[in-house]
Design a protein around this ligand. Structure first.
Ligand SMILES: [Zn+2]
Length: 273
């Protein structure tokens, strides 16, 4: 069954397009050696010889830390700009940390869990279809393989062999039709816990000096800017930017956000007192 018109089952925008051989790409040896794999004597490729093109856990974790840094440091800058007391700043920072981390976790849970639920419904549909019309499904798989460049006869034989194991057939159909790795569906709870933790980690950094009794915005600023630069530099590992460009860009965004709230704090704090 072809799900071409099914409601956007894309589980992760980065998984679907391009590079379908990136996962489990065994046998995708595209080097310069002679093309006959049967006569190939060299070592086989390691299972994961690609950079993780989705960024894996690193990207969401770093973005969570960045969010926590920007949002909580801006909050603190606003309070400090408004000449709030040390006690008020600590209270605000802790509340900001808790509120932000919970909101991130809830948002992330709903987003990931609902995407996975959509995918699971589609997978269930494909499972029924495979049981109900095995011959048509086998033909469909053979056509996919032909489109990928196999001779029709060979494609039919390959589809037949894959269909000997219904579980394997389901994995291949789901990968081909939905672009989803059945053996690696993202979990909402894991996403929620990791975004809670990473946001909290970022949010606590600029709050540290205040927690230790130091009522100095510039110390918080040094910590926040250092953290932002580091986050930007780490993100450059999964992008094509240089680490210093990425780091400075991240620092720049954080500085702008903090300048805005600091300005607001100065303005409103000054007018109210
Ligand atoms: Zn199918």
């Amino acid at each position: 069954m072809n799900h071409a018109d099914a409601p956007a089952p894309a589980i992760d925008p980065a998984t679907a397009p391009a590079v379908p051989t990136a996962r489990g790409g065994a046998g995708s040896g595209s080097g310069t050696e002679a093309a006959d794999p049967a006569g190939y004597q060299g070592p086989s490729l390691p299972k994961d010889h690609h950079r993780d093109v989705n960024g894996g856990w690193l990207r969401p974790a770093v973005f969570g830390v960045t969010d926590g840094l920007v949002s909580n440091f801006s909050l603190l800058a606003g309070m400090a700009g408004g000449a709030a007391s040390h006690h008020t700043i600590v209270l605000t920072g802790l509340a900001g940390l808790a509120a932000g981390a919970c909101s991130m976790a809830a948002g992330e849970f709903i987003s990931v869990a609902s995407q996975t639920e959509v995918a699971q419904a589609e997978i269930e549909m494909e499972r029924l279809e495979l049981a109900r019309r095995p011959a048509a499904e086998m033909k469909e798989l053979a056509e996919f393989l032909t489109e990928r460049g196999m001779d029709p006869d060979l494609a039919l034989e390959a589809a037949r062999q894959i269909h000997r194991d219904p579980d394997q057939a389901l994995i291949v159909h789901v990968q081909e039709e939905l672009g989803v790795d059945l053996t690696d569906l993202p979990s909402g709870s894991v996403a929620a816990v990791s975004s809670f933790a990473s946001f909290a980690l970022g949010a606590v950094l600029p709050l540290l000096p205040y927690l230790l009794g130091l009522n100095q915005l510039w110390v918080a600023m040094l910590l926040a800017f250092g953290g932002l630069f580091a986050c930007g530099a780490v993100v450059s590992r999964v992008s094509s930017r240089s680490w210093w460009f990425s780091g400075l860009r991240q620092l720049g965004f954080g500085a702008v956000a903090a300048a805005v709230t600091f300005g607001l704090g100065t303005l409103i704090g000054g007018n109210l007192s």
